[in-house]
Write a protein that binds this ligand. Structure first.
Ligand SMILES: C[S@@+](CC[C@H](N)C(=O)[O-])C[C@H]1O[C@@H](n2cnc3c(N)ncnc32)[C@H](O)[C@@H]1O
Length: 332
């Protein structure tokens, strides 16, 4: 409503809203009305005060809904930005990659994601691996088992779905609901204390988890590589950085930066140099993955507080710093 229509409204409603009891006021009012005067001068001070209080209170009561709407709009803008980000030419090509993961029920995935869409990540990771039916695969840090389900369903391998934060019983319920209890064995274990025999696995895979424990210099040689058969493969995908932050964390990222992120997020070169030190593996590939935007977009659209918190972080990041690093090595 513009100022002139507001004045008109006040002008025509004031006899009803602010009926003055004083005869002199009424006379003055009539005169003013004849003169088509829009001013509020005729209102007595307490009534003017009441009127302004009424305006202020109605604004105050509407404030939370206004804030809520602004927030909604901000989130929608961010999601829209991220969507546009994924619509760039280079990522259009990427979309055609997800022929397997696009078959999965979106609601089920969103309910069980713990970060960037793990099945899109594993689909890309597996482009470089040859899995055969009946192989034994370790899924280390499997979370709620999305990657284990994908491995068992798409490749017919036997998966040892191992995780710390998610209990074996919780994962077993999910595995049974998918009818995969003959293919996936849920295990609750810490990555430094894995309950498996040496050279038990054909392949060890870890998606969005290895950076929590694998940053230790001797982790690969001491804990993971020995569990894989000679000639077997170790394949890891971790969230990382395009380049190490040698001059400190960029200012725009600081509000979202937790201390452990400086320890866990690293560039592809950093991971390459770490794995090069192990004499139990030879590195086949170490590169930036193509599915970053797609996997993040899926995560940010999940209905949980962690995903909502990450929207702000990804807005600040603006496509400048994060990536997903893939490392594949052969067990020597
Ligand atoms: C961000 S979640 C990702 C889960 C799953 N891979 C996915 O992408 O949906 C990281 C997972 O790493 C696991 N993890 C972290 N530290 C671990 C440790 N020391 N031993 C075993 N698992 C660990 C957690 O239990 C958690 O489920």
């Amino acid at each position: 409503m513009n100022i002139s229509s507001l004045c008109n409204l006040i002008h025509y409603t004031k006899p009803f809203l602010f009926r003055s009891t004083k005869e002199s006021d009424l006379l003055k009012y009539k005169k003013r009305r004849q003169a088509n005067d829009n001013s509020l001068l005729l209102l007595s001070t307490p009534k003017l005060f009441l009127f302004l209080s009424f305006l202020f209170l109605s604004f105050l009561f509407r404030l939370p809904s206004v804030i809520f709407l602004l927030k909604q709009e901000k989130e929608a803008n961010i999601k829209n930005k991220l969507y546009k980000w994924c619509e760039k030419d280079k990522t259009k090509k990427v979309k055609t990659m997800f022929t397997k993961s696009s078959k999965y029920d979106t609601a089920f995935l969103k309910e069980n994601m713990m970060g960037p869409n793990a099945i899109k990540i594993i689909e890309e990771l597996l482009e470089s691996l040859k899995l055969e039916e009946g192989m034994r695969v370790l899924d280390l840090g499997c979370g709620k088992g999305l990657t284990s389900i994908f491995l068992a369903k798409e490749y017919g391998v036997t998966v040892f779905a191992t995780d710390l934060w998610i209990s074996a019983t919780e994962n077993y319920d999910r595995i049974k609901s998918m009818g995969l209890e003959d293919k996936i064995i849920p295990i609750h274990a810490e990555a430094h204390d894995l309950p498996f025999a040496d050279e038990f696995f054909d392949v060890a895979i870890s998606v969005d988890a290895y950076h929590y424990f694998g940053i230790e210099e001797d982790y690969l040689t001491k804990h993971l590589a020995p569990l894989v058969k000679k000639g077997g493969k170790i394949a890891v995908a971790v969230p990382g950085l395009k380049k190490e932050f040698t001059d400190g964390v960029p200012e725009e990222m600081q509000p979202y930066w937790f201390e452990d992120m400086s320890m866990t997020l690293h560039s592809g070169d950093w991971w390459y140099n770490l794995w090069k030190k192990s004499d139990l593996v030879s590195i086949d590939e170490c590169k930036e993955m193509k599915c970053l935007e797609e996997a993040w977009k899926d995560w940010l659209s999940c209905d949980n507080d962690y995903a909502r918190r990450d929207i702000g972080m990804m807005e600040a990041e603006g496509g400048n710093y994060f990536n997903l690093v893939l490392i594949i090595a052969t067990r020597l």
